[in-house]
Design a protein around this ligand. Structure first.
Ligand code: AMP
Length: 215
């Protein structure tokens, strides 16, 4: 296996395309932290911090948190020691201004686009369940936990995200197509884009990802 050194990766792709699942599977290979802006926001909401209280209603409705708040948060996170050499950014950037800001404080090695149709996004998100404690993702039909509502990995409680309800899902898809999908071209023009078909099983997506990155 080629040693790529530490990589700075961005995961693009619609909600439900498997960014978080893929990231969780490859952090050990890449030895870089998995930084999910959505997970940071959810943790802030759970502890009812100032940030959490500010963003809860926006996130539950399926809208994007403002670029200003999000960029500041990511900039601080990337300045921490564990992220200096490499990272997987899952869910950031989500807008062109976020991508431009990122270019100002970090150099991206590759942008991985997990491609999935709207129909499959709907199918996946409407059955998605996540662990409140460790964030591991399940699907009610395709990948249920062994014991109902209990995480196989950490024993935490499994729940449905407020923004995985029908109305918010539609809104998030629209926001994705309008504001985030243009990032595919943004990174293609820079020669950094890697496209991975998000339809197959998790194992196959991991395999294709590794091949595409030469790992
Ligand atoms: P995710 O877990 O990536 O699906 O993110 C959940 C929600 O957090 C999104 O629907 C947004 O409301 C918010 N969020 C996450 N990342 C960003 C971002 N880069 N910019 C703005 N809002 C974000």
């Amino acid at each position: 296996m080629a040693n790529m050194g530490y990589m700075k990766l961005i995961f693009l792709g619609p909600p439900g395309s498997g960014k978080g699942t893929l990231a969780a599977r490859v952090v050990d290979i890449l030895k870089v932290p998995h930084i999910s802006t959505g997970a940071i926001f959810r943790a802030a909401i759970a502890t009812k911090s100032f940030l959490g209280l500010r963003v809860k209603a926006i996130i539950d409705a399926g809208h994007l948190v403002s670029d200003r708040i999000t960029i500041e948060m990511v900039k601080e996170r990337l300045a921490q020691a564990d992220a200096r050499q490499g990272y997987i950014l899952d869910g950031f950037p989500r807008t062109i201004p976020q991508a431009e800001a990122l270019d100002g404080f970090s150099t991206v090695d590759k942008a991985v686009d997990l491609d999935l149709s709207d129909a499959l996004v709907l199918e996946r998100l409407s059955g998605r369940r996540i662990c409140r404690k460790c964030g591991f993702t399940y699907h009610a039909t395709f990948n249920p936990p062994k014991k109902a509502d209990i995480c196989d990995t950490c024993g935490g409680e499994i729940y449905t995200r407020d923004d995985d309800r029908e109305k918010a899902i539609q809104e998030r898809l629209e926001v994705y197509r309008e504001q985030t999908a243009p990032l595919i071209d943004y990174y293609r023009k820079k020669g950094l884009l890697v496209e991975v078909d998000a339809r197959p099983t998790v194992d196959l997506v991991v395999e294709n990802f590794r091949k595409a990155l030469g790992l």
